[in-house]
Design a protein around this ligand. Structure first.
Ligand SMILES: Nc1ncnc2c1ncn2[C@@H]1O[C@H](COP(=O)(O)OP(=O)(O)OP(=O)(O)O)[C@@H](O)[C@H]1O
Length: 260
């Protein structure tokens, strides 16, 4: 099946003479073009999962595959962009220069402009192109970080708690923008978040990790209701919360879930 596929992935980190099992026997499929949200308690392995997909870490066991039909694409053939919780902009470069930075030296001036200008427009940053990061708000800075990732024209966009440091209203506004961006670009998005409402509002499906294992996968019906308080979400939210934390009747439960 097409998409990113994790097969029996295990990732262990050595720590103080012992080891931490960040991921254990994780099998997961992320279809091309989907927006998959990943939730779970702190330390359950969400960031490790993103780092494996980005190729920043290798699995200790198992594999991460990129499948087109029955063909395995080489990792180099799949462009992956990563957006962190903190924007990590260069403070001495303007908004426009930050967006262009990863392209300088790889593309000519005109081509860079052709990529950067539509991004400024897409992200509502046209009026701030010459502003420095210290002169814009946190929400705008996070938009620049997103734009910098999109400037690479990635096939896969990995978002690690991208709204974590933002206030409620900016967060809601950016959530809407990410959803819209996903629809408009058709790229594959993998979003790590602590916020179950956010995961349900944006994800085509919500993957729940628990102690490094797949605890549940909840599919969100399409078309999704606009409001996260819509009754459609209530049972889905209960499932996700139950899988994250276990339930009173079944503490520590880890469900066996279909790999694909
Ligand atoms: N480089 C590392 N060295 C040692 N242990 C690590 C390393 N990276 C992650 N871990 C451990 O692996 C486990 C999973 O970490 P990970 O960062 O993936 O969790 P997370 O779900 O993203 O957490 P959070 O929500 O707090 O960001 C944790 O116990 C963490 O301490």
């Amino acid at each position: 099946m097409d998409g990113i596929r994790l097969e029996g992935v295990r990732r262990v980190f050595p720590l103080e003479g012992g080891e931490v099992r960040a991921l254990e026997d994780l099998s997961l499929r992320v279809p091309w073009g989907s927006l998959t949200a990943v939730v779970g308690r702190s330390g359950c392995g969400k960031t490790t999962l993103l780092r494996l997909v980005a190729g920043l870490n290798e699995p200790t066991a198992g594999r991460v595959r990129f499948l087109q039909g029955s063909e395995d694409l080489p990792r180099e053939a799949v462009r992956v962009g990563l957006v962190f919780q903190e924007p990590r902009l260069m403070p001495w470069l303007s908004v426009e220069e930050n967006l262009a930075f990863p392209l300088v030296g790889r593309l000519g001036r005109e081509e860079i402009r052709r990529r950067v200008d539509p991004l400024l427009e897409l992200l509502g940053l046209e009026g701030f192109r010459r502003a420095l990061p210290g002169q814009i708000s946190g929400g705008m800075a996070q938009r620049v970080a997103l734009g910098r990732t999109l400037a690479h024209d990635p096939d896969v966009v990995l978002l690690d708690e991208p709204f974590g440091s933002l206030d409620y209203f900016t967060r809601r506004a950016l959530q809407g923008e990410i959803g819209e961006l996903h629809r408009r670009t058709g790229k594959t998005f993998l979003l790590v978040t602590h916020d179950v409402d956010e995961a349900l509002a944006l994800g085509d499906s919500v993957v729940v990790l628990r102690q490094g294992r797949l605890a549940d996968r909840v599919e969100v019906p399409f078309p999704r209701p606009r409001d996260v308080d819509d009754p459609v979400f209530a049972p889905l939210k209960r499932s996700v919360l139950g899988a994250i934390g276990g339930t009173a009747e079944d503490p520590g439960r880890t469900k066996e879930v279909e790999a694909s």
